[in-house]
Design a protein around this ligand. Structure first.
Ligand SMILES: Cc1ncc(COP(=O)(O)O)c(C=O)c1O
Length: 457
């Protein structure tokens, strides 16, 4: 039973309008896209705002506090993920930014799987364009340090996939193997320790896209042999615009600075620039101190949870959802691997004969439920799963309860048995309610009708 939230979140009692009139408690089943703020995070942000000033740039008291808070956050992040003493903690905007930074400094080829979120695919494979390497690894090009990528097509089991990775690295070692920690489509977790062992045998480093794993599981770089880890504050209950790349300092210190500007340099003349090493090398410009303070506070709070209570809570919700979905005729739950033993609170599914976009719009309009629909920025994965149109994704976390899962299941059953009450139309590639009476605050009207883009396509 997960009848209470594990930690209180902002918006846990939000009420939203329904198209038939009246309102309903907002059922937030979209944590994997962006999780709500923990209450303690919002409180810390309010506290930090009263002391907010420039970071690394001022002698004023508030600047000293803000600088101290920013640098303390590095320690919190490093401790939370079990960083090694020489690892660097670099603050970025999000996981996408962190992986792009890593891609910009890798001194050689990278191997990735075809099941990745675009954030852990495009920074690598886009480097093949114009290089003559098509990513298949069949072009015979030597590992010449040009920074190209090779894509391994995952098999139907994790065990076979590990063998394919081993075979690819045997064929030609790479500088880096970059994999997702947990799939943003199915929630399935990859065996990181085993992947690290395989990679390290070939002198290859392991990078983990932790966007979906870190919000659900303890991750320890040292114990698991992970060389680089990227994750986002907004998925880990700190939606204030900060992300992280943690990992080995040598490549980071040797690589070209990611952003060029103030803070990244020791001396500058018009002819010559001396670049810093350490995190400052890649963090030019005024940093997002509030986002970083929020992220650190979220990690502090999550570290008060025991691993057992965390996994029991989310595991209970996942089983309840899967059991319920499997009892609804026509619902197909997606999974990548036949042998995956552990998954986080992310479940994608399709309903036979029903457009997922229509279903997501109905769930919101008639039940106040927020889920994600689309291809989840993982187009190659959706293609290999045989999903041609959009799918639906329900995801949850520490603020979720059994009641959230139950409302979704009731709404899906009602759709199948009774059908929608309101009228819907497909306009400009989006499902909308005909004559939708629901209003949004005046300060949020510009986004109306914009729908989703990019990843939903
Ligand atoms: C597995 C995975 N990697 C990377 C990302 C990108 O995260 P962000 O949008 O915070 O950069 C996401 C976002 O959904 C994700 O699920």
């Amino acid at each position: 039973m997960s009848d209470c939230a594990l930690l209180p979140v902002i918006g846990g009692d939000l009420r939203v309008p329904l198209v038939m009139g009246g309102d309903a408690r907002y059922t937030n089943l979209d944590y994997a896209a962006s999780a709500p703020s923990l209450e303690v995070v919002a409180a810390r942000v309010t506290e930090a705002l009263s002391l907010y000033a420039s970071v690394h740039r001022g002698a004023g008291y508030a600047s000293r506090v803000s600088t101290g808070a920013y640098e303390s956050a590095r320690v919190v992040v490093g401790d939370f993920v079990g960083a090694r003493p020489n690892d660097e903690v670099i603050f970025t905007r999000n996981t996408t930014d962190a992986l792009n930074l890593l891609a910009s400094i890798v001194p050689g080829e990278t191997v990735v799987l075809d099941i990745e979120h675009h954030a852990n695919l495009l920074p690598w494979v886009s480097r093949n364009e114009g290089s003559g390497n098509d990513g298949s690894g069949n072009d015979g090009s030597a590992n010449d340090g040009s920074g190209n990528a090779r894509v391994v097509t995952a098999a139907d089991t994790i065990a076979e996939t590990l063998e394919l990775v081993r075979a690819e690295l045997t064929r030609r070692p790479a500088a880096l193997l970059s994999v997702t920690g947990a799939s943003n489509v199915t929630g399935e977790i990859l065996p990181l320790r085993e992947l690290a062992t395989i990679a390290h045998r070939f002198g290859t480093r392991l990078a983990v896209d932790g966007a979906q794993l870190v919000p659900h599981r303890r991750v320890n770089l040292l114990l698991e042999g992970i060389d680089y880890l990227a994750f986002s504050g907004h998925k880990i209950y700190a939606p204030f615009g900060a992300g992280v790349l943690v990992g080995r300092s040598d490549w980071l210190d040797a690589g070209a600075p990611y952003l060029l500007g103030g803070g990244a340099v020791t001396t500058v003349t018009v002819e010559k620039t001396e670049w810093r090493t350490g995190p400052a090398r890649h963090e030019a410009g005024s940093p997002n101190v509030i986002g970083v303070v929020a992220l650190a506070r979220a990690l502090e709070e999550l570290s008060t949870l025991s691993e057992t209570e965390w996994t029991t809570h989310e595991g209970g919700l996942r089983s309840r959802l899967l059991d319920g979905l499997q009892s609804i005729p026509g619902v197909l739950v997606h999974r990548i691997f036949d042998d995956s033993a552990d998954s986080v609170g992310v479940v994608s599914f399709s309903v036979e004969g029903v457009d997922s976009g229509l279903l997501a719009t109905y769930l919101s309009a008639e039940w106040g439920i927020g889920v994600r629909h689309g291809k989840f920025c993982a187009h190659p994965l959706l293609a290999r799963l045989g999903v041609t149109g959009p799918a639906l994704r329900a995801s949850f976390g520490v603020g979720s309860t059994d009641a959230d899962v139950d409302v979704l299941l009731r709404a899906l059953v009602a759709f199948r048995e009774v059908g929608p009450v309101a009228s819907y139309e497909f306009v400009d590639a989006n499902w909308t309610v005909v004559d939708d009476p629901r209003e949004v605050p005046a300060w949020a009207t510009a986004g109306e009708g914009a729908g989703s883009y990019g990843c939903a396509a």
